[in-house]
Design a protein around this ligand. Sequence first.
Ligand SMILES: NC(=O)C1=CN([C@@H]2O[C@H](COP(=O)(O)OP(=O)(O)OC[C@H]3O[C@@H](n4cnc5c(N)ncnc54)[C@H](O)[C@@H]3O)[C@@H](O)[C@H]2O)C=CC1
Ligand SMILES: CC(C)CC(=O)C(=O)O
Ligand SMILES: [Mg+2]
Length: 347
Amino acid sequence: MLVALLPGDGIGPEVIVEAVRVLDALAIDGLIFEEAPVGGAAYKEQGHPLPDTTLALARRADAILFGAVGDPDCDALERHLRPEQAILGLRKELGLFANLRPANLFPELANASALRPEIARNIDVMIVRELTGDVYFGEKGMRTTEAGLRQGYDIMAYDEGEIARIARAGFETARARRGKLCSVDKANVLETSQLWRDVVIEVSADYPDIELSHLYVDNAAMQLVRDPGQFDTIVTGNLFGDILSDLASMCAGSIGMLPSASLDKDGKGLYEPIHGSAPDIAGQGRANPLATILSSAMMLRYSLGRNEAADRIERAVGKALAGGLRTADIGGGATTRKAGDAVIAML
Ligand SMILES: NC(=O)C1=CN([C@@H]2O[C@H](COP(=O)(O)OP(=O)(O)OC[C@H]3O[C@@H](n4cnc5c(N)ncnc54)[C@H](O)[C@@H]3O)[C@@H](O)[C@H]2O)C=CC1
Ligand SMILES: CC(C)CC(=O)C(=O)O
Ligand SMILES: [Mg+2]
């Protein structure tokens, strides 16, 4: 089982190292790693954020463990050379259309949530985010209006096939959970969203056992803060899912806690924390590695068929938190390394 390690930029390498230490401590039979540069690191080394050799490794591997990309030094580059194009390119090239972002609260972190503990305590939601379409992949550019003003544009578009595919992923996910699916869109304003809603309703005919509801994205953001416990599974587009999952992370304690799986139609996956490269804390040993460690557990479960090892990691994270582990983002002073140590000690 080959795992491609793509650490990337900023805190990416810092959190990936800890996840690899945890995987090494489990001594999983046949698990091997191969590392390649990605993002700003790859641009600085090889002149491109997603070199062909990195993409080839990602294709060859059984699963990909990804840190984060993004480097302020690269913000002025032409868009196709910016670090973020690497993760967008991997998602598109590998057909990773289904992004699963679970947000649930470890009970020990009730006080770290931005919400009151009695409200935070109930959060246990899976956000199923479409990942290879929407405004992120539509035609974009700069033009000049008739009045001579600069105008930026990004086309938001989904075809019915893309919507039906992610809707099915949402229904299947809900079926394996508590049987409730909330589809989030902006159908009151956007044609893209009206089609989204129509197609989700069409697909729902195949899932009569699932309780389907719909919310506009602005209301969904408000409801996630008001009463996150009302949600089981949310299915939504790329842009809305990106925003709602960062929001949900603070209900669950920190953006440093939320893992993700990005899956193709056959279950091959890329696993990464939902956060970015956090340049503001990079190099200081302050990053919370738990989101990445939990992403490695998702990798073991979804792509490598090692459910028991995945359970061990998740239990060890819970025990480490119960034992008092707290990085700065969740109200403590533990370093990234100490957090890795604490999980390993509880495996
Ligand atoms: N998948 C990816 O590679 C992503 C990359 N990015 C990129 O990352 C760069 C920074 O973006 P931001 O908007 O600042 O988002 P970010 O997620 O990197 O950071 C947002 C805030 O959360 C904190 N934070 C993030 N992860 C943390 C962790 N593990 N432990 C403790 N604190 C943590 C950061 O210090 C920062 O204050 C940009 O270049 C952006 O494009 C952003 C999101 C996803
Ligand atoms: C960096 C972006 C391409 C996407 C993002 O913020 C995310 O996937 O969470
Ligand atoms: Mg994001």
